[in-house]
Design a protein around this ligand. Structure first.
Ligand SMILES: [Fe+2]
Length: 341
């Protein structure tokens, strides 16, 4: 597979962070981005921007230069170090070529001049996303061709423990084992396409393997029931993410995966469980798992129904974008599955 094939000329509208201290300019840009179908979040200064970057996933940061607290160039330097795959576009004042040059030297991918033409700005964002997604695709291909990059002894030991734990569920729920492995692999692919850090990708992979481990605490008769569940049985099954979390809490090495596991049945519109979290409140790893989990569940045979054809499952994911699933992640996920043909 080549980088071009991977990207296939398609650009995924990843979330955008708009850092701008002038409220009117910030809301204008946010509105324009929302109309163009992007998820965009605003920050009034560099400090707030960093807090958001720690919590959420963004593909592009568009930042003003002159801001109180942390200015745009300082923010740019921190992003370059801490989030090397996030593409930064600087906004400079008309005639301020010095700052524009400084920004490019510090690693901004582009700059736009204020007062800006909104179409030009949208163009810059498209270019930035294309650049980022090419880079990520290249890295993913390199990653795949490397010989077992995760083969450090510690990680191997942890992973085999995790596999043993995941397999312990097999006796109870034969369906879950293969499912967990496929969910882990799919979620890992999606995490790579998002440019997440290696450490986060590992947690997502392990969360995929272990998300349903709490089914150990669910009655076998309920898990394997061939017909529809009663409300009581359904409520019982809904406790499994909490049981998963409780089982795994003592394993310090899995701490980074716990929130993902707890929240893998949350829904974008807030109608999921156990906490009824909504949109970006749901940890990114959990939003990834929800997609991989739903897709694999639909395309596998269950005690109460046969496997759905792939096309039907893809359509269901599409229909769920924006209510069940994170809309921009869903598009990326469908893009990845489409490459498989
Ligand atoms: Fe589950």
């Amino acid at each position: 597979m080549t980088v071009e094939e991977f990207v296939q000329g398609q650009i995924y509208p990843e979330p955008i962070l708009v850092v701008e201290d002038e409220d009117s300019v910030r809301s204008l840009v946010l509105r324009k981005l929302a109309r163009a179908g992007y998820t965009a979040v605003g920050a009034a200064n560099g400090i707030d921007a960093l807090a958001l970057l720690r919590e959420q996933h963004f593909g592009v940061v568009m930042s003003d230069i002159n801001m109180p607290k942390l200015n745009g160039l300082e923010l740019l330097q921190i992003i370059r170090e801490a989030y090397p795959d996030v593409v930064v576009i600087m906004v400079t004042a008309y005639g301020d070529l010095d700052h524009a040059i400084a920004a490019m030297r510090l690693g901004a991918s582009d700059y736009v001049v204020k007062p800006f033409d909104l179409d030009q700005l949208m163009n810059a964002i498209q270019q930035a996303l294309r650049l980022r997604q090419r880079n990520l695709a290249r890295r993913y291909i390199e990653f795949q061709s490397r010989v077992h990059p995760r083969d450090e002894a510690n990680h191997r030991l942890l992973l085999s423990t995790v596999m043993a734990l995941a397999n312990s569920l097999e006796a109870k729920d034969p369906y879950t084992v293969g499912h967990s492995q496929r969910v882990a692999a799919l979620a890992e692919r999606l995490a790579h396409a998002l440019g997440l850090r290696e450490s986060e990708i590992r947690y997502i992979h392990m969360a995929g393997l272990l998300h349903d481990i709490g089914k150990i605490g669910i009655s076998e008769a309920v898990i394997n029931k061939p017909g529809p569940l009663t409300p009581t049985e359904y409520a019982h099954i809904q406790t499994h993410p909490l049981i998963s979390e409780r089982i795994l809490v003592p394993v310090a090495e899995l701490n980074g995966a716990l929130r993902m596991i707890r929240s893998h049945h949350e829904r974008w519109d807030g109608s999921g469980y156990p906490d009824g979290l909504k949109e970006l409140e749901i940890p990114l790893g959990a939003r990834i798992l929800a997609l991989a989990d739903a897709y694999d569940a639909m395309t596998s045979q269950r005690p109460y129904r046969p496997a759905l054809p792939r096309e039907v499952a893809l359509r269901e994911i599409e229909r769920g974008a924006g209510n069940h699933f994170d809309p921009s992640l869903s598009r990326l996920f469908l893009g990845i599955l489409a490459e498989e043909g």
